[in-house]
Ligand binder design. Structure first.
Ligand code: NAD
Length: 140
């Protein structure tokens, strides 16, 4: 008998902007159909080729809207901000910012993807209109 694994986002559709990062891969791995937008067409095309699959029909469904507010993430975007803001090299700037985060470190991109996955999945089925800080405690 074939083994069928249910994804956490089976039968869901997600529109992802700035999509050339981790979240789209994670969402597709969990069964979502995705609409991707990004200014970086080369990375976008590469990702679309990697994720490509057969089209499926959709049906009407309730729409939930929640906002994810990440704190500093350990990526090139944030490293540029930190070196500019502090005038230090990347390692020193990183340490200064780590010192401002109660959990003592930056978020990983996959942790942002995991939180987005939770908000998109039925695990948060009754959550809508929420703002979710994902900032290691900076907003406490
Ligand atoms: N990195 C962090 O620490 C952090 C923290 C909080 C919020 N944010 C916000 O999250 C967003 C994404 O940041 P990131 O760290 O993932 O950066 P990133 O540079 O890793 O990814 C941004 C992606 O968006 C694309 N993009 C830029 N402008 C676009 C546009 N107008 N339309 C479509 N695609 C566009 C880029 O080509 C890139 O692929 C930014 O708005 C940033 O301010 C980032």
């Amino acid at each position: 008998m074939a083994h069928v694994t249910m994804g956490r986002l089976d039968d869901k559709i997600a529109v992802i902007t700035g999509a050339a990062g981790s979240t789209a891969r994670r969402f597709v791995a969990e069964g979502a159909r995705v609409v991707l937008a990004d200014l970086d067409q080369q990375r976008l095309q590469q990702l679309a080729g990697e994720l490509g699959g057969p089209a499926r029909s959709s049906r009407s469904r309730p729409i939930r809207v929640n906002m994810l507010h990440p704190g500093p993430v350990d990526n090139a975007f944030q490293h540029r901000i930190e070196t500019t803001a502090t005038g230090r090299d990347e390692a020193s700037a990183n340490a200064i910012f780590d010192g401002m985060i109660p959990l003592g470190r930056h978020a990983r991109a996959d942790e942002v993807a995991a939180a987005a996955l939770y908000l998109a999945s039925d695990e948060s089925a009754f959550l809508t209109g929420a703002t979710v800080p994902l900032d290691g405690g900076m907003s406490i």
